[in-house]
Ligand binder design. Structure first.
Ligand code: ADP
Length: 411
């Protein structure tokens, strides 16, 4: 294997070609690792940070016979407590060169004997750790190792690797942006179909109701129908119109918050009293759902937008009823001199760990919620409202056991 790239321009051109060949960065990075071990290293690892977690994408060696041993490195992800090697490169945002490994150094970068043994088995002597940079941030790291030969890594190698890492970082970022955009379009399409269905349901009900009443009127000689029939028709239409109006308000609110037009009209609000009012308003819905609310807390006042907060609390309570398996719901309101806290705990279907952050985004719904009606907008709007107040909203949940949503507001 040539340990020094003579044609650096050619090497980088080939890398660029590989990087632009696919929008799946797992595939592209594996090809880059292959290129690396063909030209400038005996050993190559590529790590990516995804959802705040490190993912080891590829481990590759120049000697195919040693590939199985090298792949044991998939078991040893870099430890964030270890500020050396990969993490040092990431923090310093520049390559770290280890010209010649010593046992002391190896012990300082790996506390795991089995991991050190792999490095020794592969006879790796010299290393370069480089951050993968993209236009937005550091998104991973590239690790190169050389076996025992006369060649040791130096500053010129690091420069080349840094250039390569820059291009790879950009390619990964583009692939991620592409995936994000694709997912967003898919979510929007799904939303459009749900929204039209949701809007059509109450409208169809109103229409049927009107047609039925009209038919009744036509079938009587006098053209008159019983007052009780008319009343029933009006009640039903009123209920469905309310539902329609709620759905449209939700859509309008989404457009207000997503275009940054949310303006708060603040006044002195008692969160405890506000919550009590909302719970009272849900009385009928709670009875229908065969569930009850246990409400505890104390008066906490702050300068907030009453209508918007009411909306947040109503949505959280409505969700707790909807997804709460008819089990009692606990609500607490407390505060100290800095923060007010609203907490709502249900014992329902819960949320899978993967979805915990996602549900605060537009149109996002969990698989288990798909049996229930909803647009996937309430939490998104809620989060924007809470954050516009300088507050936070978070969720803790165990699937099939229940969810707890907590809203923290500065007083
Ligand atoms: P919607 O309920 O209309 O779908 P939301 O934005 O209020 O929209 O909630 C988004 C998603 O979060 C829901 O579809 C559901 O998957 C999940 N979710 C919200 N609240 C709960 C809860 N209390 N229990 C379980 N899942 C919940």
């Amino acid at each position: 294997m040539p340990y020094a790239v003579k044609d650096k321009v050619g090497f980088l051109a080939e890398a660029s070609k590989i990087l632009s060949s696919s929008l799946d960065y797992n595939i592209t990075l594996a090809s880059i690792a292959k290129l690396v071990v063909r030209n400038i290293a005996d050993f190559c690892i590529i790590d990516i940070v995804e959802n705040k977690k490190i993912k080891r994408v590829t481990v590759m060696v120049s000697n195919k016979k040693e590939q199985k041993i090298a792949e044991l490195m998939f078991n040893y992800l870099p430890d964030p407590r270890n500020k050396k090697a990969i993490y040092e490169a990431v923090h310093q945002k520049k390559p770290i060169i280890i010209k010649q490994k010593t046992e002391k150094w190896l012990k300082s970068v790996s506390r795991i004997p089995a991991e050190r043994e792999i490095v020794n088995l592969l006879d790796l002597q010299s290393f370069i750790f480089t951050p993968l940079k993209s236009r937005r941030r550091i998104i991973g790291a590239l690790t190169l190792g050389l076996k025992r030969t006369s060649k040791r890594y130096d500053e010129a190698d690091a420069l080349l690797v840094e250039e390569l890492a820059g291009r790879a970082g950009l390619a990964v970022d583009n692939a991620k942006l592409f995936t994000e955009a694709k997912n967003a379009i898919q979510a929007r399409d799904e939303f459009m179909s749900i929204a039209s269905h949701e809007l059509k349901t109450p409208l169809t009900s109103i229409l049927l109701n009107l047609q039925l009443t009209l038919r009744k009127m036509k079938n009587t000689t006098s053209g008159r129908i019983k007052a009780s029939d008319i009343r029933k028709m009006i009640e039903l239409s009123e209920q469905q119109s309310q539902r329609l109006s709620r759905l449209i308000t939700e859509l309008l609110n989404t457009s207000v918050v997503s275009t940054g037009r949310l303006v708060l009209e603040k006044e002195q609000v008692d969160l405890f009293q506000l919550t009590r009012n909302v719970i009272e308003r849900f009385d009928l819905q709670l009875k229908k759902a065969n569930t009850k609310v246990v409400f505890t807390g104390e008066k906490v006042t702050g300068n907030w937008d009453l209508i918007r907060l009411e909306q947040v609390i109503s949505n959280l309570l409505s969700n707790a009823i909807k997804y709460g398996n008819e089990k009692p719901i606990q609500i607490e309101v407390y505060g100290n001199k800095n923060t007010a806290m609203f907490k709502i705990k249900d014992q329902g279907i819960g949320i899978d760990p993967y979805s915990k952050n996602r549900i605060f985004e537009r149109f996002q719904r969990t698989e288990s919620a798909k049996n229930f009606k909803g647009l996937g907008l309430g939490l998104y709007i809620g989060k924007q409202i809470v954050e516009a107040h300088g507050g936070k909203i978070k969720v803790e949940s165990i699937e099939n056991e229940g969810s707890t949503f907590t809203v923290l507001l500065p007083v």
